[in-house]
Ligand binder design. Structure first.
Ligand SMILES: Nc1ncnc2c1ncn2[C@@H]1O[C@H](COP(=O)(O)OP(=O)(O)OP(=O)(O)O)[C@@H](O)[C@H]1O
Length: 361
């Protein structure tokens, strides 16, 4: 691939020209040329999968398979056979032979998303495959050689998982040959107008597009974007419906971002028509009187944030009648992330007597 083609491809896939994005593109170009394992970190929705996809596309493996696996979404008892395959009859339900994802990705790339969620016993097996480049199907006795480039990603601090013995240090170093960090959107607010234009271009042609005024763009750049680029994409989609063919002003931005997080001192019903905390912060660099008052009452920021997170999750689950996927969508996080957080906060259907929270939905 010529340098010009490579630049064009990267510019199409990864929108944004801020210094942080330019730096990221430089690392991606380097990563595309080498064959080492890569660990991509960064907050949820920041674009880790987009980066992994870009690396695959510009690499020599670009024409071979690029297989993405969400390690947090695979049921624990199926992970091994999903990743490495199984032979017919190797366990109850194995009615056919199954070629695992590693074999399917031969000569190409496998993207192991949410690697921090991989069960510890599978981490040992993954490490062995990375070291030997050989897979064994469950119930099989053949060594199958594979040539696969591994890209892993996580939004977790794996250092903490390693300390807690939930993630193997040897696997971490094996995967983290080329570490890449994707910055949060609020660290590159300069990219927001270009991202908005990009997402508007992808909207249905059925409705006339809205027009973000300069002041609305500035307000969007002041907002914190806790859900990063994914949240921005959702807000642009919402804008295309609410403001089809109309101009969007700064005050309209509050309406667009409001449904993401309810303010701390409001109940769920009233929160639906009020701007979010992050929006309140964006409105004024001084903070509104309301914000200042709430902050003065906070004596332990960590504990406060934990209890806020729990409260928001409980409200979302209540509104979705315990349907986890719907609750996750309503607060703009992945279903697997919500399940993680439910575990962290000990939310389950046994604890809460009034609602039947269905973790597996
Ligand atoms: N730089 C970018 N240019 C264009 N689209 C982007 C960019 N970054 C992210 N996106 C879009 O934002 C959304 C979220 O990106 P992605 O899934 O890559 O995030 P992630 O960091 O992998 O999230 P998670 O941690 O939740 O898996 C996707 O729709 C993606 O296409």
């Amino acid at each position: 691939m010529t340098d010009v083609n490579l630049e064009t491809l990267l510019a199409e896939k990864l929108i944004g020209d801020s210094p942080k994005m330019q730096q990221l593109r430089t690392i991606i170009k380097f990563a595309g040329r080498c064959n080492s394992s890569i660990m991509i970190t960064g907050p949820s929705g920041s674009g880790k999968e987009v980066v992994a996809d870009a690396i695959h596309s510009i690499s020599d493996r670009g024409n071979a398979a690029n297989i993405a696996v969400n390690c947090g979404a695979l049921p624990e008892h199926l992970i091994e056979s999903e990743l490495f395959g199984h032979e017919k009859g190797s366990f109850t339900g194995a009615v056919n032979q199954h070629v695992g994802l590693f074999e399917q990705a031969d000569n190409g790339t496998i993207f192991l998303d949410e690697i921090g969620d991989m069960p510890i016993n599978m981490q040992v097996k993954l490490l062995r495959v990375l070291e030997t480049r050989i897979v064994n199907r469950v119930g099989g006795n053949r060594n199958i050689g594979i040539d696969v480039r591994v890209i892993a990603a996580t939004h977790k601090h794996l250092g903490e998982s390693i300390k807690a013995k939930a993630f193997r240090e040897d696997l971490y170093y094996r995967l983290c040959v080329v570490p890449i960090e994707v910055p949060a959107l609020n660290e590159r607010a300069e990219d927001i107008p270009a991202l908005i234009a990009h997402f508007l271009k992808n909207q249905s042609e059925a409705n006339p597009l809205p027009v973000f005024t300069e002041e609305a763009l500035a307000a969007m750049q002041r907002y914190e974007w806790p859900g990063n680029v994914r949240e921005l994409r959702n807000v642009v989609e919402r804008a295309s419906v609410f403001f089809a063919g109309r101009e969007i002003f700064a005050e309209d931005v509050a309406i667009l971002v409001q449904s993401v997080i309810a303010p701390a001192n409001q109940n769920v019903e009233t929160a639906a028509s009020a701007p979010s905390d992050a929006w309140a912060a964006a409105q004024s660099t001084q903070g509104s009187p309301n914000t200042v008052h709430r902050e003065n009452n906070v004596r332990d920021l960590n504990a406060h944030m934990q209890s806020e997170e729990r409260r928001i999750i409980m409200n979302a689950l209540d509104r979705s009648h315990g349907v986890v996927s719907r609750a996750a969508r309503s607060i703009n996080i992945k279903r697997t992330t919500l399940i993680d957080k439910m575990r962290k906060h000990n939310i389950d259907w046994q604890v809460e007597d009034h609602t039947d929270y269905k973790i597996a939905v």
